[in-house]
Each structure stands twice: as structure tokens, then as C-alpha cells.
Design a protein around this ligand. Structure first.
Ligand code: NAI
Length: 358
């Protein structure tokens, strides 16, 4: 293997990697536990047809580490973990496979808890839930928060408003022009919110039916997916894919702000974050901006059980957390991306120090 697993685990201080096999159901899964410093390692289960076993393992490791930062930066008491099931969700998923996976999670005794991700659904979580209690994302009828996309959208719009305050000394989005990429669960919800704020939005999606619906329901303008980067607007709002901020797209952007919900927006974090900084474009760090859904989802684990008002106040606090990221960036003379990482690391360190003393 080119990138030995133990080297990677040691470099980034991983705790554990679990390989799961169930020959009867065909389950082959990887559970990566990056950190339990703040609480149980938490992160969704991805089901995907990986090109190799190494690719599956490295994906689980990379994603698990990202979750440590996401929870720590969101002020939540969870560690970072992630699971991947190797296989085609349309062809290989079965009740037996999901239940076998649920038993594997259960055997970890709460060290890892899961939720939905690419290739898995809320219905799948309900099946896994029949084997283990260690599930974060659940339908409302199982005691979960149900659809979390609107909370993710709200958090991302709050992050966008914090960016606006940084650029124009005014968080209001009224009259601001926004190019919105992706009208899926989160993008659609964000579109409604942006229009309520009085923004002018131009949309795109590879799914023409979604675009037609946005034009019909909201009277917004639309462009083709290829043209979205070239719009003469104030804000580029990614709500679709990762990797879209890269050396090909950055020179095309005419905007002052990049803010949305898409995960891993940079093709290369350090290079592309620096390039945006170089062009004076303010951006919302993805894992801070898109933490609203996970904040809502995990509120039921806090003292007093699920309290929607507390959860939504914490989602809105993404505005303040985004401002805190900018303050660190200014103070330390670093990119917002690194500043968010420092904010997360500082919280983990501080709380562990408290624990050691206590
Ligand atoms: P989704 O799958 O419902 O929507 C994605 C949309 O993007 C689809 O409508 C798809 O047709 C469109 N799309 C795909 N390729 C495109 C392209 N090249 N140009 C324009 N549109 C394109 O996904 P969802 O749940 O709305 O998530 C959106 C992003 O936010 C993803 O990156 C996801 O990882 C991230 N995110 C979502 C959270 C949630 O609560 N659902 C939480 C945190 C992050």
C-alpha cells in the first residue's frame, strides 16, 4: 500500500480502525474512530462502491478526522468517527447486511455512533436501530429529529450573513445577488430563506425538473451548471458537490463571498483557501457552516433531552462561531480554514485539560 494505514493513523493521532466482515450477508465495512476526547466517536455511514479496500479505509479515516473537527468547532461533546460499507447501495443493501452492521456497532459498546450519509437513508438507520441504540440520525417516530436539511440550510445562511458582515460591515442579505449551485434537500431550503432575506438568487442544478420548479415557484433566474461560476453576483453559494473551488473555477468567480453547505468545497484545502484569500474572497469554512443539521440531530443527547428552541438557538450561533473563526484568522494571520481547525483543536485541548485536573 502506498500510504500505509498505521502511518496515517499515527500522523493524525487516530484511536482505532475496525474492519467488519459478515460472510452471510456480504457485509464488508470499515469503522474509523479518530477521537473520543470530547465524547463518543460520531459520524455517518457511507455506502459506496470503492475502487479498492485501501480507498475505503482511507475514506473512512479522512472523514472520521473531519468529524472530530466538526463537532469540536460546533461546541458539541462528540468525538470523530465514520463508517463505510463497501458496496453498491442500490444492489448490495439488504436488511440482513444492515442488521449485521448494526450488531458490529453495538459490540463497540457506544464508542462509535452512526447516522445517515451518502448511500444510506433514514429508513436504513431505522433498520440498524433494531440492533443497536447507538444511532444519532433517526426518523421522528423513532425519537429522532427527522429531516435535518432545513437546520443545515439555516446554519449555512447564518454563516453567509457572518461573511456579509465581514465584507460589508452589514450582515443583511437584502439586495445581495447570490449564485446558488444545487437545489437538493439543503439548497432548496436555503433558496427559500435567501429570498425571505431579500436576496436576488440565480440557481442551477443538473436536475432540470428542480430548476423548473424553482423558476415556477419562486420566479428566480436560472443558468446552466457550467455557467454558475461566471455570474456577476456578490455571493457564490455551493449546495451540491465537493471539490468545486479549484484553480479552474477560482479565476472565474466575480464574488466577494463563498458560503453554502457543500462538504469539502476545496479540491486542495490549503492551496485553494490561500487562493481565495489572495483574491480577497471571504469564505465560510464548510464544516462550521454546514453543522446546523448535526446540531439539531444531536440535541437529544444533551441534558434535558431534545429541546427544539435550544437546538435552533445553537444553529443560529453559527453566525457567532463564524465570526470567531475570522477573529482567529486575523489574530494569527492565517486562512479561515486553518483558523477553524485551531478553534476546534483549542476546545479539545482545553476540555481535556479540565478533565485531567478534575
Ligand atoms: P442532495 O443530494 O439532496 O442535493 C444535491 C443537489 O445538487 C441535487 O439536486 C443534485 O442534482 C445537485 N447537483 C449535483 N451535481 C451538480 C452540479 N454539478 N451542478 C449543480 N447541481 C448539482 O444533497 P443535500 O443533502 O442537499 O446536500 C448538499 C451538500 O451539503 C452536500 O455537499 C452535502 O454533503 C452537504 N451537507 C448536507 C447536510 C444535510 O443536512 N443534508 C449536512 C452537511 C452537509
Amino acid at each position: 500500500m502506498d500510504a500505509p494505514v498505521f502511518d496515517y493513523m499515527r500522523r493524525y493521532n487516530f484511536k482505532k480502525l475496525v474492519l467488519c466482515n459478515d460472510s452471510d450477508s456480504g457485509l464488508r465495512a470499515v469503522i474509523a474512530i479518530h477521537s473520543t476526547a470530547l465524547g463518543p466517536a460520531t459520524g455517518g455511514t457511507r455506502m459506496w462502491t470503492y475502487a479498492s479496500e485501501e480507498a475505503a479505509i482511507m475514506d473512512a479515516l479522512r472523514l472520521a478526522r473531519g468529524m472530530t473537527y466538526k463537532y469540536a468547532a460546533a461546541g458539541l461533546d462528540f468525538g470523530g468517527g465514520k463508517a463505510v460499507i463497501i458496496g453498491d447501495p442500490k444492489r448490495d443493501k439488504s436488511e440482513a447486511l444492515l442488521r449485521a452492521f448494526g450488531r458490529m456497532i453495538n459490540q463497540l459498546g457506544g464508542e462509535y455512533q452512526t447516522g445517515e450519509d451518502v448511500g444510506t437513508t433514514l429508513d436504513d438507520m431505522e433498520v440498524i436501530y433494531s440492533e443497536t441504540d447507538h444511532i444519532v440520525t433517526l426518523p421522528v417516530h423513532c425519537g429522532g429529529a427527522g429531516d435535518i436539511a432545513p437546520a443545515t440550510a439555516l446554519g449555512s445562511v447564518e454563516a453567509m450573513r457572518a461573511c456579509a458582515a465581514r465584507v460589508w460591515d452589514d450582515p443583511e442579505l437584502k439586495g445581495r445577488r447570490v449564485a446558488l449551485q444545487g437545489l437538493g434537500a439543503v439548497g432548496w431550503s436555503a433558496l427559500g430563506m435567501l429570498l425571505e432575506h431579500g436576496a436576488q438568487v440565480v440557481v442551477c442544478d443538473t436536475d432540470e425538473a428542480k430548476v423548473a420548479r424553482a423558476v415556477k415557484d419562486y420566479g428566480v433566474q436560472s443558468v446552466s451548471p457550467a455557467e454558475i461560476y461566471d455570474q456577476d453576483v456578490d455571493i457564490f453559494a455551493p449546495y451540491a458537490l465537493g471539490g468545486i473551488i479549484n484553480p479552474e473555477t477560482i479565476p472565474r468567480l466575480k464574488v466577494k463571498i463563498v458560503a453554502g453547505s457543500a462538504n469539502n468545497i476545496f479540491a486542495d484545502e490549503e492551496r485553494d483557501a490561500a487562493a481565495l484569500d489572495g483574491r480577497g474572497i471571504v469564505y465560510a469554512v464548510d464544516y462550521v457552516a454546514n453543522s446546523g443539521g448535526t446540531i439539531l440531530d444531536t440535541d437529544r443527547f444533551r441534558k434535558g433531552g431534545f429541546q427544539p428552541e435550544r437546538a435552533m438557538a445553537n444553529v443560529r450561533a453559527i453566525f457567532k462561531r463564524s465570526e470567531a473563526v475570522f477573529e482567529i484568522a486575523d489574530r494569527e494571520g492565517i486562512s479561515a480554514y486553518l483558523a477553524a481547525n485551531h478553534m476546534a483543536e483549542a476546545r479539545i485541548e482545553a476540555l481535556n485539560r479540565v478533565r485531567l485536573l478534575g
